[in-house]
Design a protein around this ligand. Structure first.
Ligand code: HEC
Ligand code: HEC
Ligand code: HEC
Ligand code: HEC
Ligand code: HEC
Ligand code: HEC
Ligand code: HEC
Ligand code: HEC
Length: 437
């Protein structure tokens, strides 16, 4: 929960009277007892960027007196320190454009700690790290294939694609401002010169930082969509999405943390199942905590590692218990038990019916030198990739979240088609000893 180091010393009465006088954000006058420097930021920026100040003013932070300077100020000695804002140049105030989880953590330590143990924390490190923790295959895809090996385009697809969901290793220039290769990015797992990891604005966007926003599926949908992880599409296809889409605008999203319960909503959103407190369960910023399987990897295994860099991060059996206790607020235990048996069975079908035999064929072709060096220009390897990365994820995630169209037509049906195509190519290559043209 919230650990306040800076105490907001103002009564609600004095705050609302200060704001009641304002009709226009551009002429915002701050009457509250902020420091002189703190007031100046707001008053000047109200003219320069009224959009930012309006968001802040209407936010919880605005109401409890947490202002620009509380988040943007850093020590002079910080690796992030800069005076790039003309309003602070030459003063004693050092600031940064890039507010990291370390800054939020001064007041929200437990959220930052939970986040740092989640799969979200690895989202950028797993392909940007330069110390061997990364997947080299990803760098090759981005630079050699998508960038066609042209030096000036070697990061183009990362900057406009991957990085906007996964995050970047944010670098600052000599002036302390973030570089164009790494910022802006709206990715979840960015890393920063002050050593912090993650981006707290991806679900509750700046400068409102609202829990109501983060509780809605839209907060996850900007990243969890598309052919390879269609979680919003699966949700829309599920009975829960059906109910949310028909009446979700009338629900109450503003209850205090850990007090948002069925009755405020009739069906779970992404946040309810994966993050929010419900019944006995406490809110968590670790989205891996309630998961049993890894459903994005080539083969699904039960989670069993405390290391957020491991694909199997989490305690799978405990995770399943927690997830079931979410369901138990609205369903009978028989409903949840049977549902998860149906889902697990489909996940095992993927593992044993498709992945294992497909991998065996690939190994056999590799031994006989019957795979092209460029995997992205080889029919077998392209279909193989789609089998696990696109169709196979849809099959598994569709089953786990009750989206029948994704479990089936976009899922197992397509996996089965991929599999027969792989078998045909495998047979031909083994018989002829050649890779077809
Ligand atoms: C609760 C912490 C917090 C408060 C309070 C806050 N900011 Fe920010 N600000 C952030 C974060 C986080 C970012 C995004 C940094 C990133 O993209 O890495 C940001 C980004 C910005 C940016 C760049 C945004 C853009 O789109 O170009 C500006 C300018 C800025 N803040 C000014 C302000 C001003 C002025 C105030 C006071 C009215 C303020 N901030 C209050 C956390 C805060
Ligand atoms: C006298 C006006 C003024 C004051 C006072 C002021 N700023 Fe600024 N600030 C600006 C202007 C102008 C910019 C540049 C906007 C742009 O580049 O579009 C800026 C830029 C910024 C940026 C982005 C920095 C960058 O590298 O582009 C941040 C963050 C910021 N200010 C925060 C603050 C904070 C925090 C305070 C209070 C400690 C503050 N400002 C005080 C006028 C002011
Ligand atoms: C100086 C202390 C401080 C800092 C720094 C700070 N916050 Fe807060 N934050 C607060 C306080 C105080 C509240 C209000 C608590 C309450 O409602 O009881 C709050 C509330 C929130 C809420 C709940 C909003 C709602 O709708 O109820 C969110 C989300 C949040 N902060 C996110 C952040 C993020 C993200 C950062 C960093 C970018 C950050 N905070 C930085 C003190 C801070
Ligand atoms: C800015 C993009 C972004 C947003 C917004 C986002 N995620 Fe994620 N999420 C990711 C990425 C990228 C990964 C993959 C991280 C990895 O494994 O490297 C991920 C992974 C996950 C995982 C799997 C973690 C694991 O251990 O394998 C879950 C569950 C998840 N997200 C749930 C959510 C929920 C729920 C929300 C909304 C409340 C959400 N995400 C919002 C980008 C995002
Ligand atoms: C639209 C947002 C988005 C884009 C663009 C995107 N990803 Fe992802 N990526 C995700 C999400 C969400 C997941 C989590 C999938 C899950 O849990 O099922 C993920 C999972 C992954 C994983 C598996 C998780 C892990 O830790 O290994 C890798 C690797 C990955 N992405 C790399 C990339 C690369 C490289 C690019 C660009 C070539 C890219 N992604 C583009 C959102 C995105
Ligand atoms: C994957 C989406 C997501 C990310 C990333 C995220 N949050 Fe949240 N946050 C939420 C949701 C959802 C809630 C509302 C939980 C509930 O229902 O009470 C929330 C609530 C909060 C609250 C209110 C208190 C509480 O625990 O409910 C604070 C403070 C907060 N977040 C801070 C942060 C900070 C700091 C970070 C960065 C480390 C962060 N958040 C990153 C989704 C996110
Ligand atoms: C009814 C509860 C529920 C809702 C609502 C829900 N999920 Fe899930 N989600 C689950 C379950 C259960 C699993 C599988 C957990 C396991 O491994 O046993 C899962 C799995 C996932 C995964 C796969 C993690 C991995 O290992 O690859 C992601 C990503 C995810 N959910 C994101 C979302 C997003 C985004 C939304 C909203 C659009 C959402 N979920 C809505 C229950 C839910
Ligand atoms: C806030 C209440 C709530 C929670 C929590 C919840 N559900 Fe539901 N669920 C519903 C409602 C309401 C329906 C619609 C029932 C109907 O079709 O008449 C539903 C429908 C379903 C259905 C469609 C089959 C059916 O009986 O209609 C499945 C499957 C399902 N839920 C699984 C789950 C699982 C698994 C969880 C936990 C991971 C869960 N639900 C959590 C309220 C909830």
């Amino acid at each position: 929960m919230i650990r306040l180091l800076l105490v907001a010393a103002f009564t609600l009465g004095s705050i609302s009277s200060a704001f009641a006088m304002e009709s226009d954000v551009k002429t915002l006058k701050v009457e509250r007892g902020l420091t002189a420097e703190g007031k100046k930021c707001i008053e000047c920026h109200a003219q320069k960027q009224p959009g930012i100040v309006a968001d802040w003013k209407n936010s919880r932070h605005g109401h409890v007196n947490v202002s620009c300077i509380d988040c943007h100020q850093v020590d002079k000695g910080s690796p992030m320190a800069s005076q790039s804002c003309p309003g602070v140049k030459g003063t004693e105030v050092y600031m940064t454009m890039v507010v990291t989880p370390k800054a939020c953590g001064r007041c929200h330590a437990s959220e930052v700690d939970q986040f740092s143990k989640s799969g979200h924390a690895r989202a950028s490190v797993q392909y940007h790290a330069e110390d061997g923790r990364n997947f080299k295959g990803m760098t090759a895809l981005i630079a050699t294939h998508e960038g066609q090996g042209m030096d000036k385009f070697k990061n183009a697809s990362d900057m406009t694609g991957c990085m906007q969901c996964h995050g970047a290793d944010v670098k600052l220039g000599a002036d302390g401002r973030p570089t164009k290769e790494t910022w802006p990015n709206a990715g979840v797992g960015s890393t920063y010169p002050d050593g912090s990891v993650g981006n707290c604005v991806v679900c509750h966007t700046r400068h409102t930082f609202s829990i109501a926003e983060a509780r809605k599926p839209a907060a996850c949908a900007s990243c969890h969509l598309g052919p390879d992880h269609p979680d919003i599409e699966i949700f829309n296809n599920s009975k829960h999405g059906h109910i949310y889409n028909s009446e979700g605008t009338t629900w109450n999203y503003t209850s205090a943390p850990d007090a948002w319960e069925p009755g405020d909503y009739r069906a779970p959103t992404c946040a309810v199942c994966h993050m929010s407190g419900i019944g006995e369960l406490e809110t968590t910023h670790n989205v891996s905590e309630r998961l049993k399987w890894n459903l994005w990897a080539t083969r699904s295994e039960v989670r069993n590692s405390p290391d957020p860099l491991s694909p199997l991060t989490g305690e799978g059996i405990e995770g399943r218990k927690k997830m079931k206790s979410v369901c138990s607020n609205c369903h009978s235990s028989l409903h949840s038990d049977n549902f998860f048996e149906q889902a697990d069975n489909h996940i095992e079908l993927y593992n044993e019916g498709y992945w294992d035999p497909a991998l065996a064929m690939k190994k056999e072709l590799a031994e006989k030198n019957l795979l092209k060096a460029n995997p992205w220009d080889d029919e077998f390897q392209k279909i193989f990739y789609h089998l696990w990365h696109h169709e196979g994820r849809r099959m598994r995630q569709g089953a786990a979240m009750g989206g029948p169209d994704y479990a089936h037509w976009h899922g197992v049906f397509e996996v089965q088609q991929d599999f027969y195509e792989l078998k045909a190519i495998h047979k031909k290559r083994m018989e002829t000893g050649k890779i077809e043209e």
